[in-house]
Design a protein around this ligand. Structure first.
Ligand SMILES: Nc1ncnc2c1ncn2[C@@H]1O[C@H](COP(=O)(O)OP(=O)(O)OP(=O)(O)O)[C@@H](O)[C@H]1O
Length: 522
C-alpha cells in the first residue's frame, strides 16, 4: 500500500508500505486493532534497481554476443561472471556450464587459464587450434581491481585468413590471365631471338640486357630492318615490367589528326565522332609497362611537346579533358632517322631529343656484320621449312658467297624476305638453295658490283642505273638517283601497290612513304 504522510513542514512523503493489522479481542469482540506498518520504500527501491541491473545485464549480454571476439569477465578469484557466445563457441561449452564457475575448472585450454591469472597482457597464441590474440585488462572500481576482462580475437583472424586466401586466389587468376594476355598481345621476341655471332652486336645485346633492368628511357637507332623492334621486345621481356603491357606505337603510321587522341586518349564528346565512353590512350594502356615509340623521328612536331611533358611529369591528360592521370610507363623509342639532323632542320625538338637520348643503342647494319649472314640464313631457312613444310638443308657455296657479298640495304628484313621468296619459288625436289635461285640479287655488271662500297650500291634491282656514268658522278647524287630508280622499279613490279613495293625492297612501309615524300613521288 502507498501511504502518504504530511510532515510538520508541510511536505508529503509517499511511502511504500506493508500494513498488517492485528485485532485485540475481548470475549470475541474486537476491542481495538493494532496496525503494524512496514516501510518498504527501501526494498521497493532495491527491487527497481535490481530490475534495471537485470535489464543492463541483458543489454550487455546482447552487445557482447554481437562481438566477433570471445569475451569473458572474471572476478578477482577467476570466477566467470560474464561470457559471450563467441567465447562459449570457442571453448565448446554452453554459457550455463561456464557462468559463475572458476575458469580453471571449466576451461581446459592451458593458455587461457594461465592468462586468466594475468592483468594487462596481450599474447599471440593458439586457442583451440586457431591462431589468436588474447588480451587481458583489469576492471577497476576506483583504485581497486575488481576482476578482469579477457578478449580473444580469433574469428576475425580466421575471416581475414579467408579473405587473404580469396585474394591469393584472385591474384593467381590475374597472373594467369596476364600470362595469357602476354602470350597473345605482348611481345614476340626475347634476347634469344636475336641471332648473331658478331662481336659488336653480342656486346650490344649484353649492354641492352643490362639496361633492361634499369628505369631509364631507351633510344634505339639503326637502319630500317636491323632489328630495332626485336631489341625493344627483348628489353621489355628482360625488364622487371615483363609481365606488364608492351604497347607499340608507330609514330609514322598514325594520321596526324588522330595522333594526339591515340597517344593520350580522349574524353566523351571531345570531338565529333568521339565515343560516348571516351577512350584511354596508348600511354594509359601501357601503364606499368613499356611503350615502344617506333619511328619517333616522324612524330608530328605538335605532339612532341605533349610527349615531352608526359615524360617529365609522368602524367597524361586526355583530349577534351581537364583531369591529369598519373602513368608509370617506360619509353623505348626507335628511329632510322638521324635525330640530330632532324633537330637541326627544326622538325624534332631538341629538348625531347635530350630526354630520349639517355641510354642509346645503335644497331649496326647487316653489311657491317657479314658473318651474321650465314647464321641468319640458316635461321630463316629453318623458320620457313617449318612454315612451308619444306626440308631445305642450306645454301650451296656459291649462293652463300653471293649473299655474303650483297649490300643488304634492307638489312635483316630484306634477307628474310629474299629467303622467303626463294623458298616459295624453288621446286619441291630441291635440297639446297643455289646462286641461280637468287637471280633477283644479281646485277648484270656481275660480282664486281658487290665489291663496291655497299652504300654506293643501295639495291640490286637498279641494274640500269648503276653504270659507269654514275660512278663518275658525285657519291651522294649517285646514291640518290640509284635509290629513286630502285623505288620506281619496285613500284612498277608491285603494280603501284606501295605495301608490296616496300616488302620487295625490304623496307618498312613508313620508310618507303618517307622516301616517296622525299623524292616528290608521294
Ligand atoms: N638479329 C636478328 N635475328 C633474327 N631476326 C632478326 C634479327 N634482326 C632482325 N630480325 C628480323 O628482321 C625483321 C625486321 O626486324 P625489326 O622489325 O625489328 O627491324 P626494325 O629495325 O625495327 O625495322 P624498321 O626500322 O623498318 O621498323 C623482323 O622479322 C625480325 O624478326
Amino acid at each position: 500500500m502507498t501511504l502518504c504522510i504530511k510532515c510538520l513542514n508541510g511536505c508529503v512523503l509517499r511511502l511504500y508500505t506493508i500494513v498488517s493489522s492485528v485485532p485485540i479481542l475481548n470475549q470475541s469482540k474486537v476491542e481495538s486493532v493494532i496496525f503494524i506498518i512496514h516501510d518498504m520504500t527501501e526494498v521497493e527501491k532495491m527491487s527497481e534497481e535490481l530490475n534495471s541491473t537485470k535489464q543492463l545485464q541483458s543489454t550487455l549480454q546482447t552487445v557482447l554476443d554481437l562481438a566477433y571476439d570471445g569475451i569473458v569477465v572474471l572476478d578477482p578469484n577467476g570466477v566467470i561472471m560474464l561470457a559471450n557466445q563467441a567465447f562459449s563457441d570457442l571453448i565448446g561449452k554452453s554459457l550455463m556450464e561456464l557462468l559463475y564457475k572458476p575458469i580453471a575448472s571449466v576451461v581446459e585450454d592451458q593458455v587461457i587459464c594461465r592468462l586468466a591469472r594475468e592483468l594487462n597482457k596481450t599474447e599471440a597464441c593458439y586457442v583451440a587450434d586457431h591462431p589468436a590474440i588474447v588480451s587481458v585488462v583489469p576492471m577497476k572500481y576506483g583504485d581497486k581491481v575488481q576482476g578482469s576482462v579477457m578478449k580473444i580475437t580469433v574469428s576475425q583472424l580466421d575471416q581475414l585468413r579467408e579473405v587473404i586466401l580469396q585474394l591469393d586466389d584472385l591474384k593467381n587468376q590475374l597472373d594467369y590471365y596476364k600470362n595469357q594476355l602476354h602470350q597473345y598481345n605482348g611481345t614476340r621476341y626475347d634476347f634469344d631471338s636475336i641471332i648473331t655471332q658478331d662481336e659488336n652486336l653480342l656486346k650490344l645485346k649484353a649492354e641492352c640486357r643490362q639496361a633492361a633492368h634499369g628505369i631509364s628511357n631507351i633510344l634505339i637507332l639503326g637502319e630500317s630492318g636491323t632489328g630495332k623492334e626485336l631489341f625493344a621486345h627483348a628489353i621489355h621481356n628482360a625488364s622487371p615490367r615483363s609481365r606488364e603491357p608492351f604497347v607499340k606505337v608507330n609514330c609514322a603510321a598514325i594520321p596526324s589528326d588522330l595522333a594526339e587522341s591515340e597517344l593520350f586518349g580522349y574524353e566523351p564528346g571531345a570531338f565529333t565522332g568521339a565515343g560516348r565512353q571516351g577512350k584511354p590512350g596508348k600511354f594509359e594502356l601501357a601503364n606499368g609497362g613499356t611503350i615502344f615509340l617506333d619511328e619517333i623521328g616522324d612524330m608530328p612536331l605538335i605532339l612532341q611537346g605533349k610527349l615531352l611533358r608526359t615524360i617529365q611529369d609522368r602524367e597524361v591528360e586526355r583530349v577534351g579533358g581537364t583531369r591529369t592521370r598519373t602513368v608509370d610507363v617506360r619509353i623505348i623509342a626507335a628511329t632510322n632517322n638521324n635525330l640530330i639532323d632532324l633537330v637541326q632542320q627544326g622538325s624534332f625538338r631538341k629538348d625531347l631529343y635530350y630526354r630520349l637520348n639517355v641510354v642509346t643503342f645503335t644497331i649496326p647494319p647487316l653489311r657491317l656484320r657479314r658473318d651474321d649472314i650465314a647464321l641468319l640464313v640458316d635461321h630463316f631457312i629453318q623458320k620457313f621449312n617449318n612454315f612451308m613444310g619444306r626440308n631445305i638443308s642450306g645454301l650451296t657455296t656459291t649462293a652463300a658467297e653471293l649473299l655474303k657479298k650483297y649490300a643488304w640495304p634492307g638489312n635483316v628484313r630484306e634477307l628474310e624476305n629474299v629467303i622467303e621468296r626463294v623458298m616459295n619459288l624453288i621446286s619441291k625436289e630441291k635440297q639446297r638453295l643455289d646462286k641461280n635461285d637468287f637471280s633477283m640479287l644479281l646485277a648484270p655488271e656481275s660480282s664486281v658490283e658487290f665489291n663496291v662500297e655497299p652504300n654506293v650500291k643501295s639495291n640490286i634491282l637498279s641494274n640500269e642505273t648503276i653504270n659507269k656514268n654514275n660512278r663518275s658522278k658525285d657519291y651522294r647524287t649517285a646514291m640518290v638517283e640509284t635509290e629513286k630508280q630502285v623505288i620506281i622499279e619496285a613500284l612498277e613490279l608491285a603494280s603501284g601497290n606501295k605495301a608490296l613495293a616496300a616488302r620487295k625492297l625490304g623496307l618498312s612501309r613508313s620508310t618507303l612513304y618517307e622516301k616517296l615524300r622525299k623524292y616528290g613521288f608521294g
